[in-house]
Ligand binder design. Structure first.
Ligand SMILES: Cc1cc2nc3c(=O)[nH]c(=O)nc-3n(C[C@H](O)[C@H](O)[C@H](O)COP(=O)(O)OP(=O)(O)OC[C@H]3O[C@@H](n4cnc5c(N)ncnc54)[C@H](O)[C@@H]3O)c2cc1C
Length: 375
């Protein structure tokens, strides 16, 4: 591999890196993607069969535009590859009217000029009786564009499409060091050296190795599935986020055909210790699911609170719970700091990176995710 020269090298082919490689290839950039494993795999952040897709994102009002762009790009990729990537089911965001979940969702919808249907607690209880313990002043906003996205399918499809467009994909190759040599970057890998004009760092929980001055906090979290009791199919129990109180958010969706109900708790703002991603504990204990089991038994009805399966996953948090995406050094771009909500935006993030790499801009507000806010 010595001496191979590319316009752009992408390090890490999870959701963000696969998206970046695909969007670079669509622009005709001579690109290479490198991953230490064989994506999609279950050792990083992009696995577990489903991710919630919401358009009116409570995390930042500008993310509605990202979600709409991503939806279009998911659909384009579905057409090119035949892979099913996004099922729109509608979804509910539940909480007190002043909760971040409800007020943030409404803010994002307003920015897109959409007025969301607002249900009272009584209306929600009539439509989704699975939710127990609703307070009289709780409300639910209905996001008709919400649904379930397919993480492994997206990586497969993005890498397939990138390959068809002449991008090179290297798997089972670990990047060891990256050096700016004045003319571009030299990338030392387990299979020799790669040279590129620019590099995109998209190594997920391992990003701090290459960008030690960014405030990245990788943590372990657990994905958990429950038996599909009556009333818990995806159609009857579509995607939801429920802010029970500011420190407790339950999210999930009903079972896909033949599958299980997926439920989880919010990880942002919750005390957790940072991990070394090479030493993540992949063994699941009862302690791992204790708070979720307790939450499910208290706040959902008609479902067995004992999980049928659980699997570890990683989230990389940032101080403001927004991603870190954009130019980081002269020849180095970064796509990371996923903060637990980036899968749905991966195609838009790939597009931002690809545009930046070729000196173009996208019609999206990117200031709130720019690396410069921390440098
Ligand atoms: C439990 C859970 C639930 C979530 N729910 C949602 C949701 O409902 N909706 C949503 O939008 N988002 C959700 N997310 C977040 C979403 O899954 C992540 O934002 C996204 O998957 C992050 O992708 P990534 O590309 O940054 O990281 P990763 O997928 O981890 O990719 C990083 C890649 O870099 C590679 N790599 C690392 N080091 C090297 C190296 N030295 N050399 C070569 N390759 C390297 C790794 O092998 C890996 O493939 C959830 C996350 C978790 C954990």
């Amino acid at each position: 591999m010595a001496g191979q020269q590319y316009d752009v090298a992408v390090v890490g082919l999870g959701a963000m890196g696969a998206a970046a490689l695909w969007r670079l290839a669509e622009r005709g950039v001579r690109a290479i993607g490198i991953d230490r494993f064989t994506p999609p795999h279950d050792l990083g952040a992009t696995h577990g069969q489903t991710r919630l897709f919401r358009t009116f994102c409570l995390e930042h009002p500008a993310l509605g535009e990202y979600a709409r762009l991503s939806r279009n790009l998911f659909q384009q990729l579905e057409q090119h590859t035949g892979e099913s990537l996004l099922s729109v089911t509608g979804g509910t965001i539940i909480g007190h009217p002043d909760s971040l979940a409800v007020s943030g969702t409404r803010r994002a919808a307003e920015r897109l000029g959409v007025t969301l249907n607002l249900w009272t607690a009584a209306e929600l209880a009539a439509r989704q009786p699975q939710h127990l313990g609703l307070r009289a002043d709780d409300v639910a906003v209905f996001d008709a564009e919400a649904g379930v996205a397919n993480p492994e399918g997206f990586i497969r499809a993005a890498l397939q499409r990138a390959g068809e467009l002449s991008a090179k994909v290297l798997t089972q190759v670990s990047v060891r060091a990256i050096e700016d040599d004045g003319n571009g970057v030299r990338i030392a890998t387990s299979a020799g050296e790669v040279r590129a004009d620019q590099v995109v760092l998209a190594s997920g929980a391992w990003l701090a190795r290459f960008a030690p001055d960014l405030p990245l906090d990788p943590i372990r979290t657990v994905m958990t599935w429950f038996d599909a009791a009556p009333g818990y199919g995806l159609a009857e129990f579509p995607v939801f986020v429920r802010e029970i109180h500011p420190a407790l958010t339950l999210w999930g969706h009903g079972a896909l055909p033949g599958g299980a109900v997926k439920l989880g708790l919010g990880d942002i703002g919750v005390p957790r210790s940072s991990l070394d991603p090479d030493h993540i504990d992949r063994h699941i204990t009862r302690e791992d699911t204790a708070e979720l089991r307790q939450t499910v038994s208290q706040w959902l009805g008609g479902i067995d609170a004992q999980p049928v399966s659980a699997h570890p996953c990683m989230i990389t948090r940032t101080p403001d719970a927004q991603f870190i995406v954009g130019r980081y050094r002269r020849n180095v771009l970064v796509a990371g700091g996923d903060s637990g909500h980036a899968f749905k935006h991966a195609p838009a993030i790939g597009e931002i990176i690809a545009a930046e790499a070729v000196g173009k801009t996208v019609e999206l507000d990117t200031a709130f995710i720019a690396p410069q806010r921390f440098l």
